[in-house]
Design a protein. Structure first.
Length: 365
């Protein structure tokens, strides 16, 4: 008999499981707390369940976690875990401690299909989507490794779906995992502190608006379609005007939603004063904060990070224009854990890396 992994089931999923085995739905609430709040994975230790039920769970279910292969700790306190999956691939998860909060950057795919040229993950090819247990398992493991601070407060206060992969390309599993992050019986994280970052899958942004209330970040990086398509090929399918229209629909709800615009600064590519002016023009009327990201290098990239004076000048232009803009502090670059550097170990079913190598060899002839 194949046992069901309860780690990746949200409350509705657990209620359906218990109904299937002839148990009351309130058992789902108990299991959520045991698994995610108390981090108990042995049914025998779940003392408010009857012995008969514990035996039934042992026979029909399991709580199976991904395995941490390595942990790397940066000089700035950032931690990166390399996590092995059952298929033999590995992914990366990063924890960034800051004053008053701790942010966990979670992966959603093994590799990525989108091939954004400024992103190390995008150059690794793609193997498969993570299932919900593998996504929420990263949150479980981070809490287990970090524990609580001396005052007993939660260490992981924020989660960003900004690790390996495009979250909206793995929609159902990501939604299930984010519901667990938000559930008071699991991790109890406010919607304002759960952020999904997307390169712009417009139909899925509209679906997300209806299905799960979380914060949204848009990986924009250019203010015109020609340049954006060069660095984010998905833009050919969903150009900037369509993407920003979806963003405006996303914030048009009774709750006060804002969108973060992510903009990686590439030397001589998108960092001029005119680029800043063009960015302000297209974002006019959208409630947003602009997060300027210094480019973090990875092997074989031709991009360079804009200089600090250029970044400061770009930010000043935006602020003087009435926008809220920040320059993201680079964290964890000494352990290759900074934004855009995550690579894991991907068995590339897309053969992208092979095709790139073949093209480079041909060009060298």
């Amino acid at each position: 008999m194949v046992r069901t992994n309860l780690l990746g089931l949200d409350q509705k999923g657990l209620e359906a499981f218990f109904a299937e085995i002839g148990e009351k739905s309130f058992r789902a609430r108990q299991l959520l707390q045991w698994i995610h709040q108390y981090r108990v994975v042995d049914f025998a230790e779940m003392t408010n369940l009857s012995k008969v039920l514990r035996q039934k769970l042992t026979e029909r279910a399991e709580i199976k976690l991904p395995e941490v292969l390595q942990e790397h700790i940066s000089k700035d306190g950032t931690r990166k875990w390399i996590i092995r999956l059952s298929c033999g691939n590995s992914i990366e998860t990063v924890y960034i401690p800051e004053q008053g909060r701790g942010t966990l950057c979670v992966s959603s795919q093994v590799g990525c299909t989108l091939a954004c040229t400024f992103c190390s993950t995008g150059q690794q090819g793609f193997n498969r989507n993570l299932d919900a247990s593998e996504i929420i398992g990263q949150v479980w493991l981070a809490n287990e490794y970090l524990g609580k601070d001396p005052k007993g407060k939660r260490v992981v206060t924020n989660v960003v779906m900004m690790g390996m992969g495009e979250p909206l390309a793995n929609y159902n599993n990501v939604i299930t995992a984010m519901r667990l992050m938000r559930d008071d019986l699991a991790y109890g994280i406010s919607w304002r502190r759960v952020t999904l970052s997307t390169s712009g899958m417009v139909p899925m942004i509209d679906k997300l608006r209806e299905d799960c209330h979380v914060s949204l970040a848009i990986s924009l990086h250019a203010a015109n379609d020609k340049l954006r398509s060069e660095i984010i090929p998905l833009n050919d399918k969903y150009p900037i005007a369509e993407l920003l229209a979806a963003c405006k629909r996303y914030v048009d709800v009774p709750q006060k939603r804002h969108i973060t615009i992510e903009y990686v600064l590439l030397e001589g590519i998108n960092d001029s004063i005119q680029d800043a002016k063009d960015l302000m023009k297209i974002l006019k009327g959208l409630p947003t904060k602009i997060n300027l990201i210094p480019f973090n290098p990875f092997p074989k990239t031709s991009y360079r990070c804009s200089s600090k004076p250029v970044m400061v000048r770009f930010k000043k232009q935006l602020v003087d224009g009435g926008f809220v803009a920040t320059i993201r502090k680079t964290r964890g670059d000494d352990i290759v854990a900074a934004c855009g550097q995550l690579a894991g170990e991907v068995q590339d079913k897309t053969r992208r890396t092979q095709r790139i190598a073949e093209a480079e060899a041909l060009a060298a002839q």
